[in-house]
Design a protein around this ligand. Structure first.
Ligand code: MN
Length: 185
């Protein structure tokens, strides 16, 4: 996937955001949610897929309560490096305002994520600090008569019921063993 739209909107000489490049995904797919205090406060929900971050702007804070729905406006792909970005986008530039990392971790697709993303019905399990368990992103049917929908690709972010196997397991929460010291070479 191309980062053309992402780059076209930004002047990298003046914003601290990364220019980025599309790369190969790691074994575990990362996700990040950035709290972005732009003109309107929103939460940027990003899932790593095919070497970029698939992105949605969520105007209201996501809540991990079964059945909760949030509007999620699909936006352009962002580079993987963006997942580590926090800071202030300067006044007068695209998305001006403070960006904070609100949650991050990894995600597990339930089905074939590429096919589901294309179809507009993506189911997945989040392994984050704030958000965990089963979630879905579902594309809404566009309402051609509604001017609010013009040019928008509206999806819903939905908290789903957690299946037994998706519940965070206590064993996973155990801290990693202390690293063993290796002699400097
Ligand atoms: Mn944003």
């Amino acid at each position: 996937m191309s980062l053309t739209v992402y780059r076209r909107k930004r002047d990298f000489a003046h914003t601290p955001e990364p220019r980025g490049r599309a790369r190969k995904s790691a074994v575990r797919l990362s996700f990040v949610i950035q709290r972005h205090a732009a003109t309107r406060l929103h939460y940027d929900f990003r899932l790593e897929l095919d070497g970029v971050l698939k992105s949605w702007a969520v105007p209201r804070e996501p809540k991990p309560l079964v059945g909760e729905k949030r509007l999620a406006v699909h936006v352009e792909d962002h580079p993987l490096e963006y997942g580590g970005f926090h800071g202030v986008i300067p006044e007068g530039h695209y998305g001006a305002g403070r960006v904070e990392i609100w949650d991050r971790g990894w995600w597990e697709p339930v089905g074939d994520p590429r096919a589901e993303y294309r179809k507009g019905s993506l189911k997945f399990v989040l392994h984050g600090r704030r958000l965990r368990g089963g979630w879905a992103l579902v594309r809404m049917r566009p309402r051609p008569d509604d001017p609010r929908d013009r040019g928008k690709d509206n999806w819903l972010l939905i908290k789903e019921r957690d299946k037994e196997r998706e519940r965070p397991r206590a064993t996973r929460a155990r801290p990693a063993p202390a690293p063993t010291r290796t002699r400097a070479r």
